[in-house]
Design a protein around this ligand. Structure first.
Ligand code: AHG
Ligand code: MN
Ligand code: MN
Length: 337
């Protein structure tokens, strides 16, 4: 019988190797437990009353779906009492979520997008959860403020996501490569199925919402036009396109078989600075992609080097296979004269 390694077993090995502290191990276990709960609700769909609008808006002025609210509550409640966190931040919560005073506090900050791909909930297409872990720079007696969260992505101690698709998977990095786990629903445990996931340097697949084409900047227009010319253009080969509209599922495909994913700057999002959120979408995905050998930029610089200004800040995102990310970034930095 092949040996099955559970997430718990994997994390204990990581702790023994000195890559994970006891508190970080607990934190990841609690996030994984929350993901299992969200997965059960997602898989029940309409039977759990989980589809449709919540009838409320989040801080970003976006209409919340019922599942955005449910997933957020599951993550907040599960992570409050374990003693491993100093505070949390969520896409669905305007300010820092403090740990209730009757629970002990730990040394980590947890940030999450509880439900990524909200537009896909009601059509039964893959959605997910994205999370990022930072160290709390404050002493334990002080409540962390928003400023304490505003650390560059290169300082993340862990990052990961779950996909709720045909199977539920958890993909994780603590800085020693990217590791994937699949939920065994009968046993209720995550099993280590995808060791050391890597993004191939070359690819012939790209991912972008082409309905925004007329709003893109010239370097992105040029790059995509070249891909679309295929064999007859300057690239000399054909490229395929995929767009799921759940970042988590599009990035998972890139981590699995390569590709380039882009939500670049465009005229429509000029005031906001981009579509995707830096702290709980771009940063964790950039850490995972870099740990898997890929690259992640805004088109003008490395995502993980951005010094955040706001919790819900948005940024352009270009990530995936290294040679393609470098090419489109070079188009931004050295436009043809
Ligand atoms: P969220 O559901 O957390 O608000 O994020 C949705 C994001 C991301 O998952 C996806 O890549 C993008 O929005 C899709 O945007 P378009 O609808 O513009 O394609
Ligand atoms: Mn999202
Ligand atoms: Mn979301």
């Amino acid at each position: 019988m092949p040996k099955r390694i559970s997430l718990t077993h994997f994390l204990i090995d990581e702790q023994r190797a000195g890559r994970v502290s006891a508190d970080l191990r607990l934190l990841i276990e609690v996030v994984a437990r929350s993901v299992k709960t969200i997965s059960v609700t997602v898989s029940k769909g309409a039977l759990a009353g989980a589809l449709g609008e919540a009838g409320t808006e989040n801080v970003q002025g976006e209409a919340q779906k019922k599942l955005d609210v449910i997933a957020n509550e599951i993550l907040l409640q599960a992570n409050e009492w374990g003693g491993h966190l100093a505070a949390m931040a969520s896409e669905e919560v305007e300010t820092v979520h403090q740990i209730p005073f009757d629970y002990p506090k730990g040394g980590y900050l947890l940030l999450f997008d509880p439900l990524d791909g909200s537009s896909n909930i009601d059509v039964n297409v893959t959605i997910g959860t994205i999370f990022s872990v930072l160290r709390n720079p404050q002493t334990k007696d002080k409540d962390p403020t928003e400023a304490d969260f505003l650390q560059p992505g290169r300082d993340q101690v862990a990052a990961g996501y779950a996909t709720y698709g045909p199977s539920t998977q958890l993909v994780l990095t603590v800085g020693g490569g990217v590791h994937g786990f699949t939920l065994d629903r009968e046993m209720g445990s995550f099993i280590y199925t995808h060791p050391f996931m890597t993004v191939p340097a070359e690819t012939c697949e790209y991912s972008i919402n082409a309905s925004n084409a007329r709003f893109w900047e010239a370097p992105v227009q040029r790059y995509i036009a070249e891909l679309q010319q295929g064999k007859d253009g300057p690239r000399g080969s054909d490229f395929n396109m995929r767009w799921i509209a759940s970042m988590v599922a599009d990035v998972h495909r890139v981590l699995t078989r390569g590709g380039i994913f882009m939500y670049p700057f465009d005229e429509k999002c000029r005031e906001k600075g981009g579509k995707l959120r830096l702290m709980y979408e771009a940063n964790p995905m950039a850490m995972l992609i870099e740990q898997a050998g890929g690259a992640a930029t805004t088109g003008r610089g490395r995502i993980l080097d951005i010094i955040p200004e706001r919790l819900h800040q948005r940024v352009p995102v270009i990530l995936g296979s290294r040679t393609e990310v470098e090419r489109v970034t070079s188009y931004h930095l050295d436009p043809p004269s």
